[in-house]
Ligand binder design. Structure first.
Ligand code: UT7
Length: 316
């Protein structure tokens, strides 16, 4: 188990931004072409509508530019770009290269693919870069799952969508915001959720549901233990927005009241890498997260991966 990052150069989030494509698809619209209903989708997933369209680079540029503007930073001062995505625009080069150029950055750029856990993986890596000397890192989570979704498959089409969320991390004197982190993977569960190159997402929904709750709880429990905190110390949870029932079950097992969870899946659907940053941005913009709050980010995804991090909003 990793130890809490004490004694290393800390970082805080100083800007954030998001992007959702303008095209909205409601449950009723899906019901016109699939054997499903608004009632079923709402009850079984919590999703009411989702946004579809654009490219991974295009959405990343919008959210990244918003985060840079909020932080008041000249793009040339960014030291690294870490883009979490499981739907790159091309095999080669990494989509982060396109985003780096479009945003006017002059720094290293690379993609991270850990599916829906990817943003927390990327955020952890970015803290590591700052601990090793970088000053300002842009972290973006973007997915365009609509491009790998079979729109005639009701098992997946009702869940997945497109979006992007970004944060700017800046080095600070002192410990910064990160209390603890955890990244996990279990490749033996690969067949539960996958897409072949050029193919559509294949998913064993019930199996993923069961594993998701367990691995989210395991990861969050590890991060709490490393930080020396209990569930009562958590002010806000930013969970992966896959299914409201998964979030409810995980919160219940962790002993965290559901009111502490930030949820936006009713209007975003499951946007994979964008899911956690979109919920984080939503919580920050609506005042659900306040300075000094202890925030638990926790996700799971194909792989099967899981990741969590405990941060103090605004720094310790
Ligand atoms: O980022 C990670 C990505 N994946 C996930 O997080 C997925 C995790 N799994 C889930 O969210 C849920 O398992 C689903 C939302 C996919 C399904 O919900 P469920 O409560 O597990 O439903 P189910 O698979 O047990 O299906 C219940 C019934 C079945 O009919 P019968 O056998 O009871 O007659 C299904 O055939 O609902 C039927 N069904 C649907 N009906 C209307 C399955 N999909 C649909 C649908 N619309 N879209």
């Amino acid at each position: 188990m990793p130890t809490a990052p004490k004694g290393v150069r800390g970082a805080v989030i100083t800007g954030w931004g998001s992007a959702l494509p303008p095209r909205v698809i409601t449950n009723d619209e899906l019901s016109q072409t699939l054997d499903t209903s608004d009632e079923w989708i709402r009850e079984r997933s919590g999703i009411h509508e989702r946004h579809i369209g654009g490219t991974t680079a295009g959405l990343s540029v919008i959210s990244g530019a918003a985060a840079l503007a909020m932080a008041g930073l000249d793009p040339r001062h960014i030291d690294a770009l870490v883009l979490s995505t499981t739907t790159p625009d091309r095999c080669v080069p990494a989509t982060s290269a396109t985003v780096q150029h479009a945003l006017g950055l002059s720094c290293g750029a690379f993609d991270v693919n850990a599916a829906c856990s990817g943003f927390v993986y990327a955020l952890t890596v970015a803290h590591g870069l700052i601990a090793m000397g970088s000053s300002k890192v842009l972290v973006i989570g973007t997915d365009t799952l609509s491009r790998i979704t079979d729109w005639s498959d009701r098992n997946t089409a009702v869940l997945f969508a497109d979006g992007s969320g970004a944060v700017v991390l800046e080095a600070v004197d002192g410990p910064g915001q990160m209390l603890s982190w955890d990244i996990d993977a279990d490749g033996s569960a690969e067949e539960s959720l996958y897409a072949e190159l050029g193919g559509f997402i294949q998913m064993e929904g019930k199996d993923v549901f069961r594993k998701a709750v367990r691995i989210m709880v395991d990861s969050a429990t590890k991060s709490l233990a490393v930080a020396g905190l209990t569930a009562d110390d958590v002010d806000v949870v930013i969970p992966h927005q896959a299914n409201i029932r998964i979030i409810q079950a995980a919160c219940e097992r962790l002993g965290i009241p559901m009111e502490k969870a930030s949820t936006d899946l009713h209007y975003t659907g499951n946007t994979s890498s964008a899911s956690i940053p979109l919920a984080l941005v939503d919580a920050a913009d609506t005042g659900k997260i306040k300075k000094g709050d202890t925030v638990l980010l926790v996700g799971f995804g194909a792989g099967m991966t899981a990741a969590s991090a405990l941060i103090v909003w605004g720094g310790q």
